[in-house]
Design a protein around this ligand. Structure first.
Ligand code: PLP
Length: 221
């Protein structure tokens, strides 16, 4: 059975290959290793092999493992890639370095307030519901550009990019293309798109951060 560090290497090789096929500079795509549902003992081998960028989708679960792991590996960068509830903003700002899921006014406002209170500046992405799925988080694509502008002008937030999760039963290409177009219109440079099944496609469409879980850590129980 492959271990985490072998799977990590396979994914890093897959990223390199996709960068080269898309004529993109080597190293232009960042890998976020998504460790949700896995405990610290499963995460440590990936840290030991030198990787430092991780993603989690729940604040509370992350509080149970990452304070200790961040103490062991202080240069770790932790990304929140799941929905943020406003009553968890304070904890999220204290623990995470990047948040990918800003998708409404209330969260933008709460983040601005907490970052100022804690004197911390996080990198922020706006999540866009490109498939306009009812059950999925993210702002409607028609409102995304205006929302990014409001985050800047009304809340003083620095939005670095856009994030999406395409509907799982659809070809992701058109969703990645839409996210890229919206990012250009909004004047943001980063694109958080692509997961285990489609990260190479996402790189073809300009992704700058892929969020890969099961291809590194194995199937989630
Ligand atoms: C779980 C998750 C991922 C990783 O999914 P895999 O298919 O395991 O690579 C990526 N993005 C988000 C938002 C997730 O919740």
């Amino acid at each position: 059975m492959l271990e985490q560090k072998d799977r990590l290497k396979n994914v890093l090789d897959g990223i390199k290959e996709a960068e080269s096929q898309a004529d993109r500079a080597p190293g232009s795509v960042q890998l976020i290793a998504v460790s949700k549902t896995f405990d610290a003992d499963h995460i440590r081998p990936v840290l030991q092999s030198g990787h430092r960028i991780f993603g989690e989708n729940r604040v509370q679960e992350s509080q149970g493992k990452w304070p200790q792991l961040k103490e062991e590996y202080p240069d770790t960068e932790l990304h929140l890639i799941g929905p943020l509830q406003s009553n968890k903003t304070s904890e999220a700002v204290a623990l995470f370095d990047v948040i990918h899921t800003v998708d409404r006014e209330k969260i933008a406002k709460a983040l601005a307030k907490e970052m100022s209170k804690q004197d911390r500046v996080l990198k922020l992405y706006v999540q866009v519901n490109t498939g306009r799925e009812e059950q999925k988080a993210g702002i409607d694509p028609h409102q995304a550009v205006e929302f990014v502008e409001r985050c800047r002008s009304e809340h003083g937030l620095k939005i670095v990019g856009l994030m999406c999760i395409p509907p799982f039963d659809e070809n992701p290409g058109p969703h990645f293309a839409l996210l890229r177009k919206l990012a250009e219109e909004a004047g943001v440079a980063e694109l958080s798109m692509g997961m285990s099944a489609d990260y190479q496609t996402a790189i073809e469409f300009g992704s700058t951060s892929v969020r890969v879980g099961s291809a590194i850590f194995g199937a989630r129980g």
